[in-house]
Design a binder for this molecule. Structure first.
Ligand code: FE
Ligand code: ZN
Ligand code: FE
Ligand code: FE
Length: 192
């Protein structure tokens, strides 16, 4: 027997089928612009936080390949902070940072992983795992920002944001490469 409570067709009154939801009004460009600015403030905070977090990851790393990859990305991250400021300037807005709860959490987790792993291949593997979560968050954020900017016709912003998006993708790939070639196999080998 059918469970009446979970059957949506039985929820209507007067025995009529429930009305379909009214179509949402299309997103207005002023609303999209507000979302764009909010996302921009969020990633601005996140990038600034990363300029302080990545040095700690470098200090904790042992593999020269990992230290090198992180050092390169630290330099890129510092430029990315300035690039977000350029995006703000391109829409005639003052650069404002708004705390990104997600990045704060990812950075906190990175610290916990580093504290719980032995120095060496194990901690390196943990740093890569934490680092890739950060990069994936950034890829999602910049992907969204690029799409919003495109829809809003902000060509200067699209250009700037795409440049950073590509760097984040490359950083993620670089970490995968380090994991495969320099770190994870060693971690498995020391287990024996
Ligand atoms: Fe970044
Ligand atoms: Zn964020
Ligand atoms: Fe956020
Ligand atoms: Fe990054």
């Amino acid at each position: 027997m059918k469970n009446k409570a979970s059957d949506p067709a039985t929820h209507s009154q007067n025995g009529k089928l429930p009305k379909t939801k009214p179509m949402n009004a299309p997103l207005q460009s002023s609303q999209l612009m507000k979302l764009f600015e909010d996302e921009l403030k969020d990633i601005y905070w996140a990038e600034k936080a990363l300029t302080k977090a990545i040095p700690k990851m470098i200090k904790n790393a042992s593999s020269p390949e990992l230290m090198h990859a992180l050092t390169i990305h630290l330099t890129e991250t510092e430029k990315q902070v300035a690039r977000v400021e350029d995006v703000f300037a391109s829409i005639d807005k003052k650069a404002v940072a708004k705390k990104c709860e997600a990045m704060e959490g990812l950075i906190k987790e990175a610290g916990e992983i580093m504290a719980s792993c032995e120095t060496g291949a194990m901690r390196d593997a943990g740093i890569i795992a934490a680092g890739q979560k950060v990069e994936h968050y950034e890829i999602a954020s910049y992907g969204t920002l690029c799409q919003f900017a495109e829809t809003l016709g902000l060509s200067k912003a699209v250009k700037l944001l795409t440049a950073t998006l590509e760097e984040e993708k490359a950083a993620d790939e670089q970490l995968s490469k380090v994991a495969i070639t320099a770190v994870n196999i060693e971690a498995a080998a020391t287990e024996e």
